[in-house]
Design a protein around this ligand. Structure first.
Ligand code: TNX
Length: 542
């Protein structure tokens, strides 16, 4: 080789190696600190595991089930001192934050250190992202790898936000249990930890309440549908298409709660009150509506008479009973009671409400809303639960406990205003985090168009939101008026959820769109493909 050729060859080599990324630099969400080391660990049929804490069981089981699926073997229990071992070490009080972990990969062993269940779980998630994408496959392939190479590194990691959520609306269109599990599992793969489950709305009541069987016998069935601006209308006559009708039995709910818990995910159930309740009031008009109420109104979605009456004792007995069943099913300390979009004109001509105003010395219908939320808050307190509500509940002048959390959806500004008032906030602004909106404006794109398009880059840009002790986290919301299949739901979520994961987990100063793009559109996409997720193939910026 001539000298010139040699030097060109050498500089090319240098150039390419400086571009070649260490696999640890490809993890999503980006860890807080990564040190790349020399060498690699080989995980194979001889590899053992050892653990000094039951808190590591979820993490271990998750790894084992994926190994079994992909390679048809699991790790045997071994001694903690041995070589070729994956060690789980409990370290109490060593980490500054909850959910933190330390992942140390050396050529002879892997050590995952954590102070809680979630920490161990996230250590394993990061480790699995360092393996060939085949580890994520959901069906066994004949030629799957038997041994896996893990590059040596030391990762120290913890989340930016305590609340890293995704909301799925099972009311407008119903999703089968199998899809709910997939949804939850995919959240867990990206260290998202709160599944907000929208279980009732005008179009359907989706959870079995044993005390009120008509809620599902009537309220879980969809009708013919008419062409209104946003949704198919719930005429409650019977199913038009399978996906639109259905509900979750209490047994299924318990199963899903356990499935989520094994993946460090808490489920926040939402029953939307007092508006968005056409399904409930259709099932139990005698309990929830004032028969003398002649108010005429329509909701934003053009639905009439969809609002529970706040002056009837029977409304509160109903809510108490529903909350008591929810509290038995969902161990999470919070329940979401809706509170959004009470239609203008509701209750205006209700004699029962007029009486209530007089009796309680209320001044306006806004005060009536406040009265309603206060009573619901009392019910929640009785069942040892804390309220989460859409931001409108904060405008109702209700005296709600200080630990109440508000979901700000109208704009980042409306969330910031609440933060300034020292109220606890979860941000899910429509302009950045509504996954029901189109990615880009295009007739061929599925999704809503009523706000502005939400590209993956737009999602990522919300990472610049200011930190505050009152800002508890961020959440993407997937309303389902237009989700007519699981495939469309997948499309709306991926790859946007990769961006959500990173802005929810990684510190602000670690965020870099250009760098994220490379990770997302290489290994990130590879993992989605392996799982046959119907993600949106884009030109990398939308
Ligand atoms: C507004 S966001 C709603 C939902 C709709 C959504 C559609 C919120 C609290 N209410 O009822 O499904 O817009 O994007």
């Amino acid at each position: 080789m001539s000298l010139l050729k040699q030097s060109i060859f050498l500089s090319l080599l240098l150039l390419s190696s400086s571009f070649a990324q260490h696999p640890a630099d490809l993890i999503i969400p980006k860890p807080q600190s990564i040190q790349n080391l020399q060498g690699e660990f080989s995980l194979n049929t001889q590899t053992a595991y050892c653990s000094d804490s039951l808190l590591a069981n979820n993490a271990l089981n998750y790894l084992q089930s994926h190994l079994k699926q992909s390679s048809r073997y699991t790790l045997q229990k071994g001694s903690c001192g041995g070589d070729n071992t994956i060690r789980f070490e409990y370290a109490q009080g060593k980490f500054p934050k909850q959910e933190a972990y330390r992942l140390h990969i050396e050529s002879r062993s892997v050590t995952i250190t954590a102070g809680d269940e979630a920490g161990f779980f996230y250590g394993i998630i990061s480790m699995m992202q360092l393996m060939d994408a085949a580890i994520w496959q959901t069906t066994s392939l004949p030629n799957a790898p038997r041994s896996w190479l893990l590059p040596a590194c030391l990762i120290e990691d913890y989340p930016r936000f305590e609340w890293r959520g995704m909301m799925l609306d099972s009311a407008r269109n119903f999703f089968e249990v199998s899809y709910i599990k997939k949804f939850i599992d995919r959240m867990a793969q990206y260290k998202l930890n709160r599944f907000h489950w929208h279980l009732s709305d005008d179009e359907g009541w989706r959870i079995e309440i044993t005390h009120y069987p008509l809620l599902t016998q009537i309220g879980a069935k969809r009708g013919d549908g008419t062409k209104l601006p946003y949704s198919a209308f719930p005429t409650m006559k019977g199913a038009r298409r399978g996906v639109e009708s259905g509900y979750y039995t209490q047994q299924e709910i318990r199963e899903i709660v356990a499935y989520a818990k094994a993946r460090s995910i808490e489920i926040l159930p939402e029953i939307d009150l007092p508006a968005h309740s056409k399904a409930a009031v259709t099932a139990y008009p005698d309990l929830l509506l004032d028969p003398l109420d002649t108010s005429e109104f329509r909701s934003v979605q053009q639905i009439s008479d969809n609002t529970i009456n706040p002056a009837l004792q029977s409304s509160y007995i109903f809510i108490d009973q529903v909350i008591s069943e929810l509290a038995r099913l969902f161990p999470f300390g919070y329940i979401h009671i809706g509170g959004d979009e009470i239609p203008k004109g509701a209750w205006q001509k209700s004699p029962a409400v007029a009486k209530l105003i007089q009796k309680e010395g209320l001044k306006s219908l806004n005060d009536v809303k406040g009265y309603f939320f206060e009573r619901v808050d009392e019910i929640l307190a009785k069942h040892h639960r804390t309220m989460i509500a859409w931001e409108e509940a904060s405008q109702a002048e209700a005296k709600l406990r200080k630990e109440t959390r508000f979901m700000a959806w109208k704009s980042p500004k409306s969330g910031e205003k609440l933060v300034q008032k020292s109220r606890q906030v979860i941000m899910t602004p429509v302009q950045y985090l509504y996954f029901d909106q189109q990615y880009i404006t295009d007739k061929k794109e599925p999704g809503h168009t009523w706000s502005s398009p939400v590209s993956t880059q737009k999602v990522y840009s919300f990472g610049s939101v200011a930190n505050s002790p009152y800002l508890k986290g961020v959440q993407a919301s997937l309303w389902s008026e237009r989700l007519f299949s699981e495939k469309i739901a997948d499309y709306m979520v991926w790859p946007r959820a990769l961006a959500l994961s990173e802005i929810a987990w990684s510190d602000k100063k670690r965020l870099d769109w250009e760098d994220f793009k490379i990770r997302a559109y290489t290994y990130g996409i590879e993992r989605l493909k392996v799982q046959k997720i119907n993600f949106r193939k884009s030109n990398r910026s939308d």
